[in-house]
Structure formats: structure tokens, C-alpha cells
Design a protein around this ligand. Structure first.
Ligand code: MEV
Length: 319
């Protein structure tokens, strides 16, 4: 007996970091890059194999939620959710989502593990419950997350999200053409979030002003999505990048990619996710996408992917 499940990557359109402090943010699922999990029944204790994540096989004590390993914790929380005494078998994880690149790999792998255990058990785990479990793992292993990553990855819909507040699923009047360009620099969101927290402690008033400005950008960006104002949305994304620079979460390589995208005709560009590395996103038009993509490659991007949000957020193309 076997089972199969998956969950997508994600990109933050606007609002990262400020969302940790109660501001809204908008995130998009990346349905074309996914974490996949399969479950195969065996007579041995539950084992997790995730070669793509550069980790050795792990035997999981599903009776313990004290695990120091995020994926083991996710498995144990799911086993507990279904009230199972124990679980034997082998979970294999394969993921197309680059790790430490701001694309939601951790949340997607957890969601896929939760779903595959549910399916093997002959059940469906409701998104609301799965979201809660993945958030538990994020809290335990990724510092002080806002909850936006797990939410967009589990529901696989564009979200307007604020911590402990709004969760609206967005509809796009017109699709958004977005390029994601990878700086090739691995960066842990947890570290960037911790550094911003230090800055908040050292300069609370200044940080609060930046968060407020980002919050206003996110709300205006939502109107732009509703009214198909791509030109203004692009400006807002670039303004958001400048505020992220002020928060010290950019780096020269990300700034260089943002500049290259704008120079090549993108409507706007910014880092996406935790920053300090990982990806930038650039808003483009169907006609400008190839030229901007070429410029990003020439500017040193390791990989450039096109996603059309509002059409199922598929990744259509990559280099
Ligand atoms: C990471 O995708 C987004 C951050 O705002 C962290 C979080 O919201 O948990 C940087």
C-alpha cells in the first residue's frame, strides 16, 4: 500500500518582515514547483528519506513531539492528530523547491508530509487543521514566523494575510506576469527575521515607521490587483524593496538583480521572502518578459522562472 501528496512553493509579492509585526502581506503559491511526498508501507518504524534536502535518512519516533527535526515533528504531529498509536513505513520526500531561497520549501515539505500520512491513513486532513500543524512546526524551528508561508502553501491560493487578523483569498482581475530570479545565495529566513527583531529592539520608533509604510504599500497593492493597475503595482513593489533595504535585509546581489530588472523594463522589482539572498521578483508584461529574463540571466541570476499569477500561479518556464 502506498500514498502520494504534494504542496507548492510560494513567493511574497509585498509585505515580508512587516507581516511579522502585524502588518498585512500578499503571497502567491507557485504551483509549478512542489514538494512531493510518497508513503510506502513497511514493517519497520517510520523512516523519512529526503535526499533533495541534503539530509541522511531519519527514523522517527512518532510518539514524541519533542523532536529536534522539523520533518520528524510534522510527522509526529500528524500521527497525533489522527490519534494513531504508531506508524510503520517509509516517507520519501522529493522537492523542486530550492532550500534557503525564500520560496517556502520548509512549509511545503511539512504540508506534503502531513497530507501523505493522512492519505495513507485513508483520510483527508482539512486545510485548516494542516495549516495549524505546519505553523506549529514553523514556530518550533523557524523563529517567530507570521504564519503567511504555511497559509499560502497549504491553501495554494493567493492570500492577503495578516497575523491573527485577515485571511482573504485574492482573485486577480488580470493575471500578473512575474519573474523570479535566484541570486544563488542561500539564506535562512530565520536569521533575517532574528536580525530585524534586534533592529526593532534597538530602534523601535524607526522600525515601526518602516512597518507602517510597508503596510500602506500592501493595502494599495491589493487595490492595484483588484483594479488591474500593473504600473502602480510595480512602483509599489520597488518602493517596498527600498523599505526592505532600510530594514537591512537586502544585499548587493539582490539589489543588482532588482536594478537589472528595472533597467530592462520591469514595472517593478523587489526581494521576496526573508532576503539576504534567495530570490527577487519582478513584475513584467507578457511582451517584456523575455527581455527582462535575459537581462536577469546576464546580471548573474542562477535561475529565472516565469509564473503567471491569477492563472493558477503556474511556473511556466525556467532556465
Ligand atoms: C518569509 O517568507 C516571510 C517573512 O515575513 C517571515 C514570516 O512572515 O514569517 C520574512
Amino acid at each position: 500500500m502506498s500514498a502520494k501528496a504534494s504542496a507548492p512553493g510560494k513567493a511574497i509579492l509585498v509585505g515580508e518582515h512587516a507581516v511579522v509585526y502585524g502588518m498585512p502581506a500578499i503571497a502567491l503559491p507557485l504551483s509549478g514547483i512542489r514538494a512531493n511526498a510518497t508513503f510506502r508501507a513497511t514493517r519497520s518504524p517510520l523512516t523519512l528519506i529526503a535526499e533533495d534536502l541534503a539530509r541522511p535518512p531519519l527514523t522517527i519516533d512518532t510518539g514524541s513531539i519533542e523532536s529536534s527535526d522539523p520533518l520528524a515533528l510534522m510527522a509526529a504531529l500528524t500521527v497525533q492528530y489522527f490519534g494513531l498509536e504508531s506508524l510503520q513505513g517509509e516517507i520519501r520526500v522529493q522537492s523542486d523547491i530550492p532550500i534557503a531561497s525564500g520560496l517556502g520549501s520548509g512549509a511545503a515539505v511539512s504540508a506534503a508530509i502531513g497530507r501523505v500520512i493522512a492519505q495513507f491513513h485513508g483520510a483527508i486532513i482539512p486545510n485548516e487543521a494542516l495549516n495549524r500543524l505546519v505553523f506549529e512546526v514553523e514556530k518550533e524551528h523557524h523563529g517567530t514566523p507570521s504564519g503567511i508561508d504555511n497559509t499560502v502553501v497549504v491553501y495554494e491560493l493567493p492570500v492577503y494575510f495578516s497575523k491573527g487578523g485577515s485571511l482573504d483569498f485574492l482573485e486577480f482581475a488580470d493575471p500578473l506576469w512575474i519573474l523570479l530570479a535566484d541570486s544563488g545565495i542561500a539564506s535562512l529566513t530565520r536569521d533575517a527575521v532574528a536580525d530585524v527583531r534586534t533592529q526593532v529592539r534597538l530602534a523601535p520608533a524607526q522600525s515601526a515607521r518602516v512597518f507602517d509604510d510597508i503596510g500602506s504599500i500592501v493595502n494599495e497593492a491589493r487595490d492595484c490587483i483588484d483594479y488591474s493597475n500593473g504600473a502602480r503595482l510595480g512602483e509599489l513593489m520597488s518602493a517596498n524593496h527600498r523599505l526592505l533595504q532600510a530594514l537591512n535585509v537586502s544585499c548587493p546581489e539582490l539589489d543588482h538583480l532588482v536594478e537589472a530588472a528595472l533597467h530592462a523594463g520591469a514595472l517593478g522589482a523587489k526581494l521576496s521572502g526573508g532576503g539576504r539572498g534567495g530570490n527577487i521578483i519582478a513584475l513584467v508584461e507578457e511582451e517584456t518578459a523575455p527581455a527582462v529574463k535575459q537581462c536577469l540571466i546576464e546580471a548573474g541570476a542562477r535561475q529565472v522562472m516565469l509564473t503567471v499569477a491569477g492563472q493558477g500561479s503556474q511556473i511556466d518556464d525556467s532556465d
